[in-house]
Design a protein around this ligand. Sequence first.
Ligand code: B4P
Length: 193
Amino acid sequence: MLNIVIFGAPGSGKGTQSENLIKKYNLAHISTGDVLRAEMKNGTELGKLAEGYISKGQLVPDEVVIDMLAKVLDEKIKAGASGVIFDGFPRTIPQGEALDKMLEARGEEVSAVVSLDVEEEELIERLLKRGQELGRSDDNYDTIKARLEVYNNQTSPLKEHYKKNEKLHAIHGMGKVEEIFDRIAEAIEKVKK
Ligand code: B4P
């Protein structure tokens, strides 16, 4: 299986580029943000719990997200996925370690980590624009600032983890969506078996 982690700060283009990757490589898509938002919309216990964290720009606790991810992953494998794109997971070192173990237990591994590098000013601009267009409750200035801080403190250290095992592909994430996608595809072609 081709297992791609798409990694980056909030607003770096993870969801946007995932859509293109799914089409080109026929991958199953797991976005922990989308799964959590669906739970919130359906008013489930998990959704209610997640809402408290997401509205403040904080991460949902590791054990909750890891359990949720394992279930969704097994559904995708059962449905015959030939590869998976992990969008927004892992976001902490424990989540990264859990993903390695989860995949190993299923005879799989992370094929590549695509890290989208975007300047902070641009991230804020993109998210404020999305907030105006889609009204997502976490796309307001104060929450965006909190999310960026969480990214820098808790998520960014994962880059070292993937650099060590030579999985990390740093991609310049500024410019047109199509140009960025070409850069990503070039990196993926190198790891595709
Ligand atoms: P996510 O849904 O993952 O939200 P995100 O980081 O904002 O990324 P997203 O993929 O939606 O946006 P994109 O950059 O594509 O997470 C939301 C919250 O859920 C988290 O804050 C956290 O609380 C919780 N959560 C999720 N996963 C978790 C986990 N594993 N552990 C714990 N908690 C978790 O796009 C942003 C905007 O930029 C879009 O409007 C897009 O159109 C625009 N854009 C993209 N590329 C562009 C480009 N090249 N030029 C101009 N605009 C561009």
